[in-house]
Design a protein around this ligand. Structure first.
Ligand SMILES: [Zn+2]
Length: 334
């Protein structure tokens, strides 16, 4: 087969239409259009996720006695060790919210715990959600009087939104596409993902229905950057990482002590004081919002869904569970 055409059976397949287009067009998305009410709803879950990032923060990438020039603020009082304990994985977390607005569960990156580079938060989370949806549970994925499921019913997560602290890689975008997750809101860019989430969405998106009722449907989740929902920490994290990358690259190459973390890797940036400060401020903002209440308390995306006021209460209940007994993503069982 010649490579000058995509492997498709229909000429109007989305990938066929994009085949001759420049990469830039395939790798970028128009801004996600949402009302102020819907944006607030996404910010509620985004802030709760960052509150969890603060709660489970651990910067000891090279062990508790490693040297971290960008973590001076995290030294113990005796200046001998860094706070944080054992490093289980990178400071990357994700949570899944069902169509009604109930938080289903969360998970963290556990690369270190499993000595693997593939134990990513979103991939772990999606596998968890699938195992949870096989049972009757309190997260409204299935009611006690619902008729028996047809085969395949629980293999689709199109009403689920995933919130992730970092833009998803090819593995995680892949597993979310297999689960047909509807949306993925990411709260920091990751240049190492090569825009794969956008590319997958663009290559699977097609218009369904016609005229006024026309809708765009895609097999891959719709990536939504934090900047599209008014989440200010998104730009701040991206700018701080760019500055960190530059500063680390300028340092002379360091030979010798392998414990000294002079890496320009994003995962090293995620351990430093600047990042912890951002998560801390977001956590404080989440607690303040819980006290003050939502600005659009009555909004709900459809009549079966929770209002923003109830979504905030649900997010707060989930945080209380997760912060106390959830560790870095044990199965939600409250
Ligand atoms: Zn990933």
């Amino acid at each position: 087969m010649s490579d000058d055409k995509p492997y498709v059976l229909t000429p109007n397949a989305p990938i066929a239409k994009k085949w001759e287009r420049p990469l830039k067009e395939v790798a970028t998305l128009p801004p996600y259009e949402a009302s102020a009410e819907e944006k607030e709803r996404h910010r509620i879950y985004s802030l709760m996720l960052f509150a969890l990032m603060k709660r489970f923060f651990n910067g000891n990438k090279n062990g508790g006695r490693g040297q971290y020039p960008w973590r001076e603020g995290q030294l113990d009082d005796d200046k001998a060790r860094y706070r944080g304990g054992d490093y289980l994985g990178h400071n990357i977390g994700a949570l899944a919210v069902d169509g009604r607005g109930e938080v289903i569960d969360f998970d963290f990156n556990h690369n270190q715990l499993f000595s693997s580079s593939a134990e990513h938060a979103e991939a772990r989370l999606i596998r968890r959600v699938f195992s949870l949806t096989q049972i009757y549970d309190s997260w409204q994925t299935r009611g006690p009087d619902d008729p028996p499921r047809a085969f395949g019913y629980s293999t689709v997560l199109s009403n689920v939104t995933v919130y992730t602290s970092l833009e998803s890689c090819a593995q995680c975008s892949g597993i979310m596409a297999l689960g047909q997750v509807g949306k993925v809101v990411y709260l920091q860019r990751d240049p190492g993902t090569y825009h794969i989430g956008n590319i997958m969405w663009n290559l699977t998106a097609r218009e369904v229905g016609g005229g006024e009722a026309a809708q765009i449907k895609a097999t891959a989740p719709r990536p939504i950057p934090g900047s599209d929902i008014g989440f200010d920490y998104f730009d701040e994290l991206n700018e701080k990482y760019a500055a960190y990358f530059k500063a680390v690259k300028k340092k002379p190459f360091h030979i010798g002590d392998k414990r000294k973390d002079l890496s320009s890797a994003l995962t090293s940036f995620l351990c430093c004081d600047d990042t912890l400060d951002i998560y801390s401020r977001a956590q404080a903002e989440f607690f303040k919002l819980v006290k003050k209440g939502a600005k659009f308390p009555k909004y709900r995306p459809d009549k079966r869904a929770l209002t923003n006021a109830d979504a905030l209460a649900s997010a707060q209940r989930f945080f209380d569970y997760a912060a106390d007994v959830g560790r870095r993503g044990t199965p939600h069982n409250m």
